[in-house]
Design a protein around this ligand. Sequence first.
Ligand SMILES: Nc1nc2c(ncn2[C@@H]2O[C@H](COP(=O)(O)OP(=O)(O)OP(=O)(O)O)[C@@H](O)[C@H]2O)c(=O)[nH]1
Ligand SMILES: [Zn+2]
Length: 191
Amino acid sequence: MDLQRIQNAVREILLAVGEDPERDGLLETPARVARMYAEVFSGLKIDPKIYLKKTFNVQHEEMVLVRDIDFNSMCEHHLLPFTGRAHIAYLPSGKVVGLSKLARIVEAVSHRPQVQERMTEELADLVLNELGAIGAGVVLEASHSCMSLRGVRKTGSTTITSAMRGSFKTNPATRAEFLSLVHSPRLRAGG
Ligand SMILES: Nc1nc2c(ncn2[C@@H]2O[C@H](COP(=O)(O)OP(=O)(O)OP(=O)(O)O)[C@@H](O)[C@H]2O)c(=O)[nH]1
Ligand SMILES: [Zn+2]
């Protein structure tokens, strides 16, 4: 990532809004913001498929669901954060993946300029295709700060998106089981 170019652009923005980039409090801001963008867009350099290459041969014929994977992303329209939780499930066909890898693919695809719908679809495609799963389902719940901090200024709204693949799309019972598990009661803290 071209940190110097980001720094120059941030300095330009400060000048354009009528600030003085030479004043004490702003001197380090362009460099700081450049490091911040490198971090929040670090997923641009990562191919999430790498996380799903290592699998284990386990005969588990029922659904695997990892829910409440928290994420932070940046909406590609305003470059403002949207934050929420991802729930990812699949029906294995002879091989399973380490549970943390489902959280790792969320990290990779969320750390890019995104829209929630595309992020949901990308995650579902990755799980179905890379694991050769019988089916996959993804639900994302998020709040978009571009809707609360600016513009329409509605706080508290949540956007829920889902993507169903394979048996999650064709079998209503599988889809219903997934959605009911996503919404089932959480363990108590420490439980
Ligand atoms: N579908 C979708 N829209 C998003 C997402 N994140 C932000 N948006 C929306 O992107 C839209 C961009 O709309 P524009 O009309 O081009 O931009 P704008 O004039 O700044 O829109 P307002 O937010 O209504 O002020 C807005 O309606 C945002 O709420 C997302 O993940 N998915
Ligand atoms: Zn936005």
